[in-house]
Design a protein. Structure first.
Length: 391
């Protein structure tokens, strides 16, 4: 990875800039600096920031920050609502046009790499699930378990059945929904040609990725999680459960941090699950399943089981469960960062449709930059390098 010459003077009115980096790497602070130049509008590329009332665990900018640095696609749906990748792409397409009409450069900033790949590499034309079909499949899953859906998928879509893990609830459910709605396997839909916004011949796209040193990032992740615990992440999740008819398998409740807090609340048998709009059994069954399908347990898990069988105070059990929650959230966040690095490597290796493979290899190896369907890709090892490049 290298530091490139500055981009600022080369940005044209039709430019689109993507600032991609793993969680806790400092991309938001740089986005604020760029916004202050007056050249940019900010578009969030974060699948957690879309949810209202989910503020602490998502590291969402404060109300004051959002007032000073407005972000598109923040606080747009409630936690029990769905928001597909296709909807995101459609919204971004319109926002980019609006930014250009306002004489601004769209700055797409965030860490949801699947969203970025949909924009840069394209999205298969898989149709959105019909609400009635979604409800029907969810009821089927609740009645018979994910195993029944996985078995059905093996009959109607062997390719997806082979590709997916038997415990991948979200993707199995989605595949079954698509087949029931269209009578076409999702693997067939995914095999169709993709179209990407970055292929727009009237726009110049810049995909800028930052992959910082892992130990440095891990320290930043731990510091940010400490802030979240101190700011009241557990209380925020309890408030969400009071306010919304949530279920444990909603995309919002599978966000890193929120998932671990839910498990903690189940472990300590928190009274919030007695709320009439919540299905207590769903939460307890969800984390029983998580536990049963986990092949490795931490020492804290084992200690908690031992203490639960002993004659000790509820305070001790709750304290240990809290520590377990924090350890799991830290591990899950580090795993998220690891997946983000994997996605960033995929972005850096996007195929070049305009040059032959040997030239492309030289571009990547010697300069770590390539022109891809009118898109320029640059990768850095520090946010300061991306800052220098953009200013």
């Amino acid at each position: 990875m290298r530091q490139s010459s500055g981009l600022s003077n080369d940005l044209t009115d039709n430019s689109v800039v993507c600032l991609m980096a793993p969680t806790a790497s400092g991309k938001t602070a740089l986005a604020y600096e760029l916004y202050d130049t007056g050249r940019y509008e900010l578009i969030s590329v974060d699948s957690a920031l879309i949810y209202r009332d989910m503020n602490i665990g998502t590291a969402k900018p404060t109300a004051a920050e959002l007032a000073r640095y407005p972000h598109h696609l923040v606080d747009i749906v409630d936690p029990m609502q769905s928001y597909s990748v296709a909807e995101f792409v459609d919204d971004v397409a319109q926002l980019i046009d609006n930014c250009h009409q306002n004489g601004k450069i769209p700055l797409l900033v965030g860490g949801t790499m699947m969203y970025y790949m949909a924009l840069l590499d394209g999205l298969s034309p898989v149709p959105d699930s019909d609400n009635d079909i979604r409800t029907r499949v969810e009821q089927w899953r609740q009645d018979e378990g994910i195993g029944a859906l996985y078995e059905y998928l093996g009959k109607v879509d062997p390719a997806s059945h082979k590709r997916l893990n038997a415990t991948d609830t979200q993707r199995i459910t989605r595949a079954v929904e698509v087949y029931l709605q269209t009578n076409i396997p999702i693997s067939d839909w995914q095999g169709q040609p993709k179209q990407a916004l970055a292929q727009n011949p009237n726009q110049q796209w810049y995909a800028l990725g930052v992959m910082p040193d892992r130990p440095w990032l891990h320290e930043r992740i731990e510091q940010r999680l400490d802030i979240m615990w101190n700011d009241g992440l557990v209380a925020e999740v309890i408030d969400l459960l009071h306010k919304y008819p949530l279920t444990p398998n909603l995309p919002s409740m599978r966000c890193v941090g929120y998932r671990q807090v839910l498990e903690y609340l189940v472990q300590i048998e928190h009274p919030v699950f007695e709320q009439p709009h919540l299905d207590k059994a769903l939460f307890y069954d969800a984390f029983k399943t998580d536990k049963d399908t986990t092949h490795k347990q931490t020492k804290t898990d084992n200690a908690l089981q031992t203490l639960s069988q002993a004659s000790i105070s509820d305070v001790q059990i709750e304290a240990l469960a809290c520590q377990q929650m924090q350890n799991k959230a830290l591990y899950a966040t580090r795993q998220l960062a690891k997946r983000q690095y994997t996605w960033l490597r995929k972005v850096s290796q996007l195929p070049d449709a305009s040059v032959n493979s040997s030239i492309k290899a030289n571009l990547v190896d010697d300069q770590n930059a390539l022109i891809n369907r009118g898109m320029k890709v640059e990768m850095f090892t520090a946010m300061a390098q991306a800052k220098d490049y953009l200013q």
